[in-house]
Write a protein that binds this ligand. Structure first.
Ligand code: UDX
Ligand code: ADP
Length: 455
């Protein structure tokens, strides 16, 4: 029976996941540790609106458990030593240099945390890989841990390694964790697998807890994300064709989604997918396939990422073209910077590439996002020139030639277009890359409207 859990990494995965485990398992003490003091301080902030991760419902869960059986700390070694089970939830971004740069995952944080567990753990410890990892990382973790096994002054030290990929989507993390489609546990040792299954069994129906070998578990995570991302590139490719004809991509999506073999979810055309997982996981898959000599398979999956980049550049290019071929010194209101609604996360957000293109063309951007900070945008765009942050859509529209909607925040669906159109420079445009705005109202307010996928 697991009584004490440590989670290394207090990010978008570790924080919400551990909060829900603590909430559902009051008898287990859960400590989330991170090297980043500022992040831990934010998790401990008495004001729950200051948590470092914005997720609807997260503040309530943290409010219920924090200080009871959910703790946030920078004392990594102490938390490892006390734990029966350690989750590795550290970041695994794509490598920027060296072998596999641009494709392979950078495993330095995983390796460092595995070494730390090897050194600090006591007794028997089950180590669970939670971060999205390339296939066969569990083997690396196991090799590091095995080297530390054996008798120590504080008793015998031993480890089991499990793969337990996280399928939560940002913005719906709490709902996804509380009612998952499935929980996947990959491992070799039945006792370790059952120990983890028992934790989830507190709230997840038994038939939704799937057990596989480690490699299948790791590969399932990459494959799930590759399939999901592929759907988005597929519908975005059809959106471009719809725009060139008289078709409407939403009608096409509804028609194909009614086929139960295809299904209706994940068929929204937009500015391309972002987020920390899709691109990274596909590139990992591509790297793995090349490694195993499967160049056609690699090229197949790589095209999903290539189409995504193309879609983003296509949107900035068509905006420039509609604004008479130049946006130099023109003000463009950008609504939404996060990679999707209901999150403050900007990792791989389409806004980076699209705003980058527009800045390159000399535009002046007025950016509004309800949750993303100006400091984050500056870091993402790599400049503080050519753009400013504003605190409302109306302020963004002031004097603008165009409004460009990049994130499907619900408040953009309810925008009243008359006051916005009134303060814009005519002729003025709405470019709705999410097709979320009321296009009829925008046209009635005198705006020219482009919507993704509308012929
Ligand atoms: C994804 C997976 O869904 C999740 O299972 C995995 O654990 C992590 O990666 P996430 O990146 O948080 O989750 O968000 P998701 O809802 O999948 O959206 C990813 C991107 O695709 C967003 O940029 C979103 O706007 C875009 N998207 C999604 C579309 O453009 N159209 C759609 O129909 C769905
Ligand atoms: P994810 O979306 O996968 O949760 P994040 O980047 O949001 O990724 O979170 C990962 C966290 O892991 C970061 O806060 C980082 O500081 C933390 N981290 C990375 N390496 C270590 C380590 N060796 N010990 C403790 N925390 C670590």
């Amino acid at each position: 029976m697991i009584q004490t859990i440590c989670c290394i990494g207090a990010g978008y995965v570790g924080g919400p996941t551990m909060a829900v485990i603590a909430d559902r398992c009051p008898q287990i003490q859960v400590t989330v540790v991170d090297l980043n003091q500022a992040r831990i301080d934010a998790w401990n902030d008495p004001d729950l609106s200051q948590l470092p991760v914005y997720e609807p419902g997260l503040d309530a869960v943290v409010g219920r458990c924090r200080g009871r059986n959910l703790h946030f700390s920078t004392a990594v070694d102490a938390a490892i030593a006390a734990a029966d089970m350690v989750f590795l939830s550290v970041n695994t971004p794509t490598k920027t240099k060296g072998i596999g740069a641009g494709q392979a995952s950078d495993l330095r944080w995983i390796e460092a945390s595995a070494r730390q567990v090897a050194a600090a753990a006591r007794g028997h410890t089950i180590v669970v890989e939670k971060s999205t990892l390339p296939v066969r990382t569990a083997a690396v973790i196991r090799t590091i841990l095995e080297a530390a096994e054996g008798d120590t002054p504080s008793g015998r030290k031993s480890f089991d390694v499990l793969s337990n990929p996280e399928f939560l989507a940002e913005g719906t993390a709490i709902g996804d964790l509380e009612a998952p489609d499935r929980v996947l546990i990959g491992g070799e040792q039945p006792a370790a697998i059952e120990a983890l299954a028992q934790i989830y069994g507190h709230w997840v129906p038994a038939e939704r807890i799937l057990r596989t070998n480690v490699w299948s578990s790791e590969l399932s995570k990459l494959t799930a994300n590759a399939f999901l991302a592929q759907r988005i590139s597929s519908i975005n490719s059809i959106a471009a064709l719809c725009e060139a004809t008289e078709a409407d991509v939403r009608e096409v999506a509804r028609a194909i989604g009614a086929d139960s073999r295809i299904g209706s979810k994940f068929l929204k055309a937009g500015p391309g997918f972002g987020g920390s997982c899709f691109q990274k996981d596909i590139l990992n898959l591509v790297y793995l396939c090349r490694h195993y000599g499967l160049s056609e398979v690699a090229a197949y999956w790589e095209s999903v990422v290539n189409l995504n980049a193309w879609q983003q550049h296509r949107i900035s290019a068509l905006l420039v073209q509609r604004l008479f071929g130049t946006v130099t010194s023109k003000r463009i209101a950008v609504l939404g910077f996060a990679f999707k609604a209901d999150t403050n996360d900007t990792r791989e957000t389409p806004a980076i590439r699209i705003c980058g293109d527009l800045l390159e063309e000399g535009a002046q951007l007025a950016i509004y996002d309800p949750k993303v900070s100006a400091a984050q945008i500056a870091a993402d765009l790599g400049t503080s020139e050519g753009w400013q942050m504003v605190d409302a859509p109306l302020a963004a529209a002031q004097g603008a030639d165009a409004v460009l909607v990049l994130t499907e925040w619900q408040q953009f669906a309810q925008l009243d277009w008359r006051p916005l159109a009134a303060v814009m420079r005519q002729p003025a445009w709405l470019f709705d890359a999410r097709a979320i705005c009321d296009a009829v109202a925008a046209r009635a307010a005198g705006l020219k409207v482009w919507r993704v996928g509308e012929g």
